[in-house]
Design a protein around this ligand. Structure first.
Ligand code: UDP
Ligand code: MG
Length: 309
């Protein structure tokens, strides 16, 4: 009998835990038909509400429910990693607890696995119900990533994905601290089938991501999967050298023909402030990568478990 692990990261989701379970269990006939043994791994990401109690309540009625509870909030990336690490399934699927990743897609996803795909991923074709400004920056991010990273990162891709054990083991080999799962999926490769669906709005509770969190997350994605920003300094350096060279020739020629009336203080100030601005900007970029390297070499654990059932 094959085992299917369902990994559900939760952070302050007391209202959704039971609803998710009910929705997932609508697939029970499908699980029986395919002789799938299911385990449901709720990863509690240091919730401050009754999420843990809700999961324990479920576990009392159904022993297939498992719980991993973190000592504090480590972020969704850490939650997904912990789930993958603790999962026992031959097939593993990652899902949000808020029902934005419809469990009803599972049978269809599974049929593609039977056709020989290593992974079935989902992407939303629209961003209905999302603030326009958020959609705009999200699109911008994916367009930028396409240009500056060799790893394929799909626009609108969700973390909702069904994978074989082989692919999960590959992902687990990537022990990096600065995790950007959407990039990691692309990096490990394997045959992936993409399913598209219309955006579903969150069933209950509210989103855990605000604009700042998303912005920082996107910068993490960039530093984790591209080194192009590092070459900005070189490119700018070359451009400024060319500019300075042309300027030197111009000034030498002009001075030898017209003499040297002392002026040009304003232009000097402009040039100095522009160039020092560019220098600081480039140093900031280098600093970002250095900071990530610093955190990476510390080899801190990605998550800390407080309780496991
Ligand atoms: N989540 C988490 N840790 C966090 C933030 C979110 O485990 O620090 C979980 C959350 O409980 C949910 C999933 O990640 O199951 C997606 O979060 P959310 O729905 O808030 O994000 P959105 O769908 O708005 O992008
Ligand atoms: Mg959501």
């Amino acid at each position: 009998m094959a085992v299917l692990s369902v990994i559900v990261p939760c952070y302050n989701e007391e209202e959704s835990v039971a609803d998710f379970y009910a929705e997932l269990m609508k697939n029970q006939d499908f699980f029986t038909e395919k002789e799938l043994e299911v385990e449901i791994l709720y990863v509690d990401d240091g919730s401050k509400d009754n999420t843990v109690a809700e999961v324990k309540k479920l576990r009392e009625t159904d022993r297939r429910v498992r719980l991993i509870s973190f000592s504090r909030n480590f972020g969704k990336e850490a939650g997904m990693f912990a789930g993958l690490e603790k999962s026992r399934g031959d097939y593993v699927v990652l899902m949000d607890v808020d029902l934005q990743d419809p469990p009803s897609l599972l049978p269809e996803m599974f049929s593609y696995m039977e056709q020989g795909f290593d992974s079935v991923a989902t992407r939303r074709v629209n961003r209905k119900g999302e603030p326009p400004i958020r959609s705009f920056f999200a699109r911008l991010f994916y367009r930028l990533m396409k240009r500056i990273s060799r790893t394929e990162i799909m626009d609108g891709a969700r973390d909702y994905r069904l994978m074989t054990r082989q692919m999960v083991d590959a992902i687990l080999q990537m022990q990096e601290y600065n995790r950007f799962t959407k990039g990691i999926y692309g990096w490990v490769g394997f045959q992936t089938k993409w399913l598209e669906y219309e955006n579903v709005e969150r069933a209950k509770g509210e989103t855990k991501w605000n604009f700042w969190k998303l912005l920082i997350y996107s910068l993490e994605g960039i530093t984790a999967f591209s080194t192009v920003p590092l070459s900005i300094a070189s490119v700018m350096g070359v451009l400024f050298c060319v500019f300075a060279f042309v300027l030197i020739i111009f000034i030498v020629v002009r001075t030898s023909i017209f003499g040297d009336p002392v002026s040009g203080w304003p232009s000097l100030v402009c040039i100095i402030s522009l160039v020092s601005g560019v220098q600081l900007f480039c140093m900031g970029i280098i600093g970002q990568y250095l900071a990530k390297t610093y955190l990476e070499v510390k080899r801190r654990p990605i998550y800390i478990v407080k309780e496991e059932l």
